[in-house]
Design a protein around this ligand. Structure first.
Ligand SMILES: Cc1cc2nc3c(=O)[nH]c(=O)nc-3n(C[C@H](O)[C@H](O)[C@H](O)COP(=O)(O)O)c2cc1C
Length: 367
């Protein structure tokens, strides 16, 4: 898979997830394999230019964290351009622009032309960035405001014309938020709208089969995975293997899940210090626990985590408590096993979906 001048080892991407896609998480996922490119949380271009601690921490990286894209947001063309130049000077592989849903609802009279004006403005900002750097500049967007205003194909084409290297498209409208079904036809429309750049599909890919379906049904060149990687940081390795061989690898068992969870925590402590790292891990550990089977006993304590040693105690106590749910082989008894993951666009009509992936609070308008 190529992204402008960059050649990636796979067509699988880690989506930006503000508050989560920090260096420890990216390293954890990369160690498991299969990932082509990871992206940081979104970073405010102006804060970055002002060298604010928070922004610099968001772009903190390491030799094993390559290739890395930084996602920028901002409305001022000069700031976005200068931030891209700064990132290039640091050796960042690629710059992604957070478009959220930049084109407003256009149903009012004269809306069509208002939309064109916005498109031109956005294209102008992106052109300024593309012309200022050699590294690829990509854009991430939703399908549009609502089903009556699916503006992504027009925007994607306009951005291709000014030189973006790829489009990342979350197959939902802004009105949908994170609910409802990912619209594969909407992603396909974006693929059809561009001439030659890769379009990367995104939304609800929680299994290797869902990635296959998105690629097949939309013609997209790659798949970007966000929340699915929380439940399952192995998803990139398993998906790449499935795409290459057609073989589904077994879901990791409890021991492997806890091994990776502990590795993730150790990296959090290394990068953020023990106190802050443990505090941040309070919201990360319950994601791992969603695939443990019954886990109240674990979650209750881990959400108060404050030291590394305490984590070992919590895990040890949880192991002892969890025994009651296991059979003689040490496997979860069938009735306690978590339901298989099913992407919204893979659910049988009428079948109870496994629900939606929970969405932590945050500014959906920019996601
Ligand atoms: C907690 C959270 C934070 C997110 N932060 C960002 C962000 O910083 N930038 C962005 O473009 N999208 C962001 N998103 C959207 C994701 O990148 C992705 O488009 C969306 O979650 C759908 O993909 P998924 O179903 O694989 O998670 C965020 C989503 C969530 C749930």
């Amino acid at each position: 898979m190529r992204l402008g001048p960059l050649t990636l080892t796979s067509n699988l991407f880690l989506s930006p997830l503000a508050g989560y896609t920090n260096l420890p998480f990216r390293l954890t996922v990369r160690e498991l394999g299969g990932l082509g490119l990871a992206t940081t949380d979104l970073v405010n271009a102006r804060s970055l230019l002002e060298k604010r601690d928070k922004a610099l921490k968001l772009i903190e990286t390491a030799p094993a964290d390559q290739p890395l894209a930084v996602q920028l947001f901002g409305a001022k063309p000069e700031e976005m351009r200068d931030a891209a130049v700064f990132l290039q000077s640091l050796g960042i592989a690629s710059v992604d622009i957070n478009m959220g849903c930049p084109v407003r609802k256009v149903c009012r009279v004269g809306g069509g032309s208002a939309m064109m004006t916005e498109l031109e403005k956005t294209a102008g900002l992106v052109r300024g960035m593309v012309e200022a750097v050699k590294i690829p500049v990509t854009a991430k967007m939703r399908l549009g405001w609502d089903d009556q205003n699916l503006t992504a194909p027009d925007l994607a084409r306009a951005l291709e014309d000014v030189g973006v290297a790829a489009i990342f498209i979350h197959g939902r409208t802004r009105e949908q938020g994170f609910g409802g079904t990912v619209n594969l036809a909407g992603i396909r429309a974006v693929v059809a709208a561009v001439k030659s750049i890769p379009v990367v599909g995104n939304g609800d890919v929680t299994t290797p089969e869902a990635a296959r379906r998105m690629l097949d049904d939309t013609g997209c060149a790659g798949v970007s995975i966000g929340r699915g990687a929380f439940y399952n940081p192995w998803i990139f390795r398993h998906t790449l293997h499935y795409l290459q061989t057609g073989e589904l690898l077994l879901e990791p068992g409890f021991e492997e899940r806890t091994r990776v969870m502990v590795r993730h925590l150790d990296l959090m402590v290394e990068v953020f210090g023990e106190e802050h790292g443990c505090r941040m891990f309070r919201k990360v550990a319950p994601w791992y626990a969603k695939r443990f089977g019954p886990a109240n006993e674990f979650n209750k304590h881990v959400v108060l985590l404050s030291s590394r040693a305490e984590f070992d105690r919590i895990l040890e106590q949880y192991r002892a408590w969890r025994v009651q749910f296991l059979d003689e082989h040490g496997e979860l008894k069938p009735r306690f096993r978590p339901a298989p993951m099913v992407a919204s666009f893979m659910a049988e009509p009428g079948a109870p979906s496994y629900g939606h992936i929970p969405v932590p609070k945050g500014p959906v308008e920019v996601w």
